[in-house]
Design a protein around this ligand. Structure first.
Ligand code: FAD
Ligand code: DHB
Length: 393
């Protein structure tokens, strides 16, 4: 079997790439190790930047998104018992974000691909990419218990942070940059209407908390917890009590979250990681396969989308003009955006979480940084521009 672009991984990166290529008449095959049901239920990101929204709409995946997505024009920062709103449109020349869950993006793209696109195989686990620096790279995978090969003109590794594509970058060319953090998130989904009109990012001496949402009736909430935390140590009552304590406002001491049945509970570790370059020969890496950000900046899914938008443009240039100029620039073009997002995600993380290793001096610096964001238009604008994401150009 042969295809033009062999895509490893059917997460948002792989599915969006397949869709963009299909629209341009370029054929591809997507190999996804998990089942369709598993991929569609996996709870992850919830915030789409304008660039991601525009790309989904332009490739015909905008219908449910435009009906169910919630446009948000700002976020609230809470610290020192005070609330401060960051207004995106007035600080960024009109930009906003859309609350629309990754699970829904994935469902929309899978339905389109199965209906109109090239092959999308579930339970097809890739073991290796061979000959990345030859004219005919090969993907080895197992599907329905049988070992198979897919020969390709190009291979794109969209197989996430634990994927195998990255291993095909030989050690001498591969550089990795990473950092870990001394805390994790406990994330819950609850059948409760969100108690806030916009997302609330709260810094408190008890730790960070984030109030997000999936719909007008479903809340998504996160609590900073120590690494290695067992969700079993967090019965529902304890979670709600801790969230109320971390969101507490001095001016409104009776404020409480609306509670509801907790339907999912999981601990998420966090780290920053970048693999460079994002290309070796005819193998390209996109999304989490190349880079991980801690979630506080809401960047992971959006970076995955911008990588594949940039890559699809390059494949389209190649098929229309025969030139590889954009393909050759792919890694550098993406990495500029990736490092901006790495910096912002790290900044949001270290500014909002309480670090068990911090001295009281460092804790005071953190509060001063938050006050600066609240009090200065330029500091708020810096946050708003990064959060809503730069235009792709
Ligand atoms: P993935 O979504 O990881 O997709 C990779 C796909 O490849 C998967 O479907 C996987 O099954 C498949 N695959 C892996 N190995 C193989 C193989 N060998 N063969 C075939 N297929 C393979 N971002 C935010 O902005 N906010 C959040 O709240 C947030 N929460 C997150 C929570 C968790 C637990 C995780 C892991 C990530 C979270 N992220 C969040 C990040 C965001 O979800 C990711 O950045 C996004 O999913 C990246 O998309 P992707 O397509 O690159 O990778
Ligand atoms: C969500 C997750 C984030 O990490 C974030 O910064 C904002 C929202 C969410 O899951 O809704």
């Amino acid at each position: 079997r042969h295809t033009t672009v062999g895509i490893i991984g059917g997460g948002p990166a792989g599915l969006l790439l397949a869709r963009l290529l299909h629209r341009a008449g370029i054929d591809s095959v997507v190999l996804e190790s998990r089942s369709r049901a598993y991929v569609e239920q996996r709870q992850r990101a919830g915030i789409l930047e304008q660039t991601t929204v525009d790309a989904l709409r332009a490739c015909g995946a905008g219908e449910r998104m435009d009906t169910l997505g919630l446009v948000h024009d700002g976020i609230e920062l809470r610290f020192d018992g005070r609330a401060h709103r960051i207004d995106f449109p007035s600080l960024t020349g009109g930009r906003s974000v859309l609350v629309y869950a990754q699970t829904e993006v994935v469902k929309d793209l899978i339905a389109l691909q199965l209906d109109q696109g090239g092959p999308l195989l579930f339970e097809a686990e890739v073991h290796a990419v061979e000959g990345a620096d030859t004219e005919r790279p090969l993907i080895r995978y197992t599907h329905r218990g049988r070992e198979q090969t897919l020969s390709c003109d190009y291979v794109v590794g969209c197989d996430g942070s634990h994927g195998v594509a990255r291993d095909a970058l030989p050690e001498p060319v591969r550089r990795t940059y990473q950092r870990s953090y001394p805390y994790s998130w406990l994330g819950i989904l609850a059948d409760a209407p969100p108690s806030y009109p916009e997302l609330v990012y709260a810094h408190s001496p008890r730790g960070f908390a984030l109030g997000s949402m999936r719909s007008p009736t479903v809340s998504r909430l996160y609590l900073q917890v120590p690494n290695g935390t067992d969700p079993a140590d967090w019965p529902d009552e304890r979670i709600w009590g801790e969230l109320d304590a971390r969101f507490a406002l001095r001016a409104d001491p009776d404020w409480r979250l609306r509670r509801g049945a907790i339907t999912a509970k999981a601990v998420l570790p966090m780290r920053s990681h970048v693999t460079e370059p994002m290309r070796h020969g005819r193998l390209f890496l996109a999304g989490d396969a190349a880079h991980i950000v801690p979630p506080a900046g809401a960047k992971g899914l959006n970076l995955a989308a911008s990588d594949v938008i940039i890559l699809a443009r390059a494949f389209i240039q190649l098929s229309e003009t025969g030139t590889t100029e954009l393909l050759d620039a792919y890694s550098d073009t993406c990495l500029r955006r990736v490092w901006r997002a790495e910096h912002f995600s790290c900044f949001m993380t270290t500014t909002l979480h309480t670090d068990p290793g911090h001295s009281p001096f460092e804790a005071r610096l953190q509060l001063s940084q938050l006050a600066r964001i609240a009090d200065s238009r330029s500091a708020s604008a810096e946050l708003a521009e990064n959060y809503t994401g730069p235009p792709l150009g």
